[in-house]
Design a protein around this ligand. Structure first.
Ligand code: CA
Length: 246
C-alpha cells in the first residue's frame, strides 16, 4: 500500500510539473487577455478606428520608433526614447550602433544632466513619477508641459491631447493606473498615438509589448486612471506634452 501510495504521489507530482511548465510557457509567449472595455488595436475593429480617426498625426512617427520596455520598471524610459527619436533630438551614442546616434534604453542615462535628475538604478527599482518623467525630458532641448489630472477637467484633458494628436512634431506621454482600465495592474507610462472621435477613445502604444497589445481606451476610463494618486509622489497621475524647443 505504501509503495502504491508513493507511486501515485510521483504521478501526481509529475502531472503538476508538466502542468506548471505548460502554463508557464503560455504566460511567457502570449500577452494577457484584454478586458472587454478595451479594444485590441490588432483587430479589424481596432484598425478601423485608426482609419476613421481625425487625430492620428503622431501614430506614424511613434509606430516607426515603437520599442518594448527593457525591464518591468522601464516604461518611462522606453516611452521617452520613442518620443525623443520621433522628434530627432540630438542623441547619445550606444556603442552597439557607433558611429550612428540614436536614443536607446541603454544609452538614455549616458548624460550627466539626466543622471542628476534620477539614476538608472532608482528607475530600475521603482520606475518614475510623472514629475520625474517631465524633469528627465527637460534635460534635452525640448519644451515639456506636465499636467496632473487633478489640475484639469476631463474636457480640458481631452481637448489638449486631441489637439496635440492632430499636430506633427509634438507628442503625448500618458501616466495612468492600469487597474483603473481593467489591466494588471500598477502605474504605467506609454505614448498616446491617436484619438477616435466617434467612440471617444485614445490609442495607447503600450511599451510593455510582452504583456499587452496597443489598445483603444475610452477617454473617460483613461481619465479615471490618470486621476489615481501615485503613492510615491502623493499626486495624481496625468500626461506630459513634449515638443522641440524653438
Ligand atoms: Ca502631435
Amino acid at each position: 500500500m505504501v509503495f502504491r501510495g508513493i507511486g501515485s504521489l510521483r504521478f501526481l507530482l509529475r502531472a503538476a510539473i508538466v502542468g506548471l511548465c505548460l502554463s508557464g510557457g503560455n504566460a511567457l509567449t502570449q500577452t494577457l487577455p484584454l478586458p472587454s472595455n478595451l479594444i485590441n488595436f490588432n483587430s479589424r475593429e481596432g484598425s478601423q478606428l485608426l482609419l476613421e480617426s481625425n487625430a492620428r498625426e503622431d501614430y506614424w512617427p511613434l509606430s516607426i520608433q515603437f520599442v518594448t520596455q527593457n525591464s518591468q520598471s522601464f516604461c518611462g524610459v522606453a516611452s521617452m526614447v520613442m518620443v525623443l527619436n520621433s522628434l530627432a533630438i540630438p542623441a547619445p551614442q550606444d556603442p552597439r550602433y557607433s558611429p550612428y546616434r540614436v536614443f536607446t534604453q541603454e544609452d538614455f542615462f549616458n548624460n550627466e544632466q539626466t543622471r542628476k535628475v534620477l539614476s538608472p538604478d532608482i528607475v530600475m527599482r521603482q520606475g518614475m513619477t510623472l514629475d520625474q518623467l517631465g524633469q528627465l525630458l527637460a534635460t534635452h532641448p525640448v519644451d515639456v508641459q506636465v499636467h496632473h489630472a487633478g489640475d484639469l477637467t476631463i474636457n480640458e484633458f481631452r481637448q489638449r491631447v486631441v489637439e496635440n494628436l492632430q499636430q506633427p512634431n509634438n507628442f503625448v506621454l500618458a501616466n495612468y493606473l492600469r487597474k483603473a482600465i481593467g489591466e494588471e495592474k500598477g502605474g504605467h507610462i506609454s505614448p498616446i498615438a491617436a484619438y477616435n472621435q466617434q467612440t471617444d477613445r485614445f490609442l495607447i502604444l503600450d511599451v510593455s509589448r510582452y504583456k499587452y497589445p496597443p489598445v483603444w481606451v475610452k477617454a473617460t476610463e483613461l481619465w479615471q486612471a490618470m486621476l489615481a494618486v501615485d503613492s510615491v509622489s502623493g499626486k495624481t497621475r496625468g500626461f506630459v506634452l513634449v515638443k522641440r524647443k524653438e
